[in-house]
Design a protein around this ligand. Structure first.
Ligand SMILES: Cc1cc2nc3c(=O)[nH]c(=O)nc-3n(C[C@H](O)[C@H](O)[C@H](O)COP(=O)(O)O)c2cc1C
Length: 208
């Protein structure tokens, strides 16, 4: 199903600043995350995922710090991470329903990419900018996956904000989980949602 991407350009290769594409416009105008309940198999295989990550990482990145990294959860690893999440909640005497949800939370799609914002302390690049780059990366991964025929959704849920859960994946003190991007195949369409109205959110500043 997956269409291959062009190979990465060589360093210093001249690249067009615009790339008009009716297909890309349709993709962006109609893009929709899959509801997490309709995701299923198959998903990208390891080689396809490598390619998706390479393309997804072509995001603006001030000072070329690469302030993000990925933890990939595939196959059995999804069960193990779910079990670890369940055990964390059990240890906190959480309600059984929450424990069970946690146990299944990484099984919705065959591939879950934990995107880790990993800011670099260079003394001059604000962490905020580096975190924005990680957010752009999550979105770019979704779009690249959609363009390849995969459905996906970017979720955080509680685990992205929990130090103990993060530690299971090796998230360090200066890092944050930007999201879990779940990638697979949509078993049903997801209805369009309410969209923020753009008009009231736009002001043309004239300085007058
Ligand atoms: C940073 C971030 C975290 C999100 N976390 C969740 C989540 O934990 N649970 C959820 O149901 N949706 C979450 N969402 C929303 C979904 O990713 C999805 O975007 C939305 O439900 C559908 O909007 P879309 O079709 O425009 O993508 C999150 C979105 C963002 C940007």
């Amino acid at each position: 199903m997956t269409k291959r991407f062009p190979p990465p350009p060589l360093r210093d290769a001249p690249l067009a600043g615009a790339r008009p594409s009716a297909d890309a416009r349709a993709l962006l105008a109609l893009r929709k995350s899959a509801n997490k309940l309709v995701l299923g198999a198959p998903g990208p295989d390891p080689a396809e995922l490598d390619e998706l990550l390479l393309v997804a990482a072509r995001v603006p990145d001030h000072r070329k710090l690469g302030p993000w990294r990925f933890v990939l959860l595939e196959g059995e690893a999804r069960f193990r991470f779910g079990a670890a999440l369940a055990s964390i909640l059990k240890g906190r005497a959480a309600p059984e329903a929450q424990v069970q949800d946690a146990e299944k939370s990484m099984l919705r799609a065959p591939v879950v990419v934990a995107v880790i914002s990993s800011p670099v302390e260079d003394g001059r690049t604000p962490v905020w900018e580096q975190e924005l780059s990680a957010g752009a990366l999550c979105y770019n991964l979704l779009v690249a996956a959609n363009a390849s025929g995969w459905a996906g959704v970017w979720l955080t849920e509680w685990a992205a904000y929990d130090a103990e859960a993060g530690a299971v994946l090796g998230v360090q003190a200066h890092e944050r989980i930007a999201g879990f991007v779940h990638l697979g195949t949509a078993k049903a369409a997801t209805p369009e949602r309410v969209r923020a109205e753009i008009g009231p959110r736009v002001r043309r500043w004239t300085g007058a």
